[in-house]
Design a protein around this ligand. Structure first.
Ligand code: AVJ
Length: 318
């Protein structure tokens, strides 16, 4: 459900779905909270801080790939596009590519609508020639964009390995929808994190300062607001580690003690040591990443990587 606020404001998703979704996931045999709920205004700021951590290599490594290969990436992706930025956050990654990609229209999409609004306001001043169309919505549910988003030359931008939050099956399903939304002459520019040494991965998702722990725990405060729940953050502990078997980082919240948690329409007793699963972050080999795109119907792909092969930027033509 889209609800246009005003021409300047992001389009806002209705909150009812979210409450129902959270209620169901907290009742599940193995309780979970979708990682999209990590991104309230504070969560988005904590994620920005994560990107600055020495242990968190993805942001830096992806930026270095764009730095080293930006010219070629822009030639392959083409200029003058309708740039649709999925999970835009502070819009910084796309904004750095504006000089190279020269989009005609910029469409940042993010579930954290409030945070997005502020980011776009700052961006408008320095890029008055680019039409800015911020959209606040949960793009994992639907890619139905407002009519004000041009259909021609759509270039979807999905950086940072956010695709890793989906299971491979979900990722294919999602990428199929992106491809369908591309239109004829469109494409996708995506960043995908690559499988690597477990030590590097574990440090990146359980950093020394505890910023990732704060990011993970903050989801409980967000759920408290969305669902009228009474989670006590002090009673939970961050778990973040690489599950080599499954090829993914997992984040969980572990109950430090037995506790009853109550929310609008529900309640649950969590045992001491019980986990709430909050995130998966899948890691792929370059060929698996290309396979994912091809299985989703994308045509020609081109891959750029860093000298360590830690991260891949891929352009895929629709
Ligand atoms: C935004 C999903 C790409 O998986 O690396 C960072 C989120 N979680 N630290 C990732 C995240 C913990 C991030 N993505």
């Amino acid at each position: 459900m889209l609800n246009q606020l005003s021409p300047d404001a992001p389009v806002q998703d209705a909150g009812l779905h979210q409450a129902a979704e959270l209620d169901a996931s907290l009742r599940a045999h193995e309780a979970f909270i979708s990682p999209k709920f990590l991104y309230d205004p504070l969560g988005s700021k904590l994620f920005e801080a994560i990107c600055e951590l020495p242990e968190y290599y993805p942001t830096r490594t992806e930026a270095a790939i764009f730095e080293a290969h930006g010219g070629e990436i822009a030639r392959v992706a083409g200029s003058g596009a309708t740039l649709i930025d999925l999970g835009a956050g502070n819009c910084a990654k796309a904004a750095r590519l504006f000089p190279l990609l020269q989009p005609a229209q910029y469409v940042p999409v993010d579930i954290s609508a409030e945070f997005l609004r502020g980011a776009v306001e700052r961006l408008r001043d320095c890029h008055s020639h680019i039409q800015m169309t911020p959209v606040g919505m949960d793009f994992s549910r639907s890619l139905d964009l407002p009519d004000s988003v041009r259909a021609e030359r759509r270039l979807f931008f999905y950086p940072g390995s956010s695709i890793g939050n989906f299971t491979p099956d979900e990722a294919r399903e999602f990428l199929q929808r992106v491809r369908a939304a591309c239109g004829q002459d469109g494409g996708l520019l995506i960043g995908i994190d690559l499988a690597k040494d477990a030590k590097v991965l574990n440090a990146a998702y359980d950093d020394a300062l505890g910023v990732t722990a704060a990011f993970n725990l903050n989801v409980l405060r967000h759920v408290n607001r969305l669902l009228g729940a009474d989670f006590d953050v002090c009673h939970w502990r961050h778990q973040g580690f690489y599950n080599e078997q499954a090829g993914r980082i997992e984040m969980h919240l572990e109950a430090r003690s037995a506790q009853q948690v109550t929310w609008r329409g529900g309640s649950r007793l969590f045992q001491a040591g019980e986990w709430i699963h909050t995130e998966n972050s899948y890691k792929y080999s370059p060929s698996e990443a290309v396979g994912l795109l091809e299985q989703s119907g994308f045509a020609a792909t081109k891959v750029w990587s860093d000298p360590h092969n830690w991260f891949a930027v891929i352009h895929a033509r629709a």
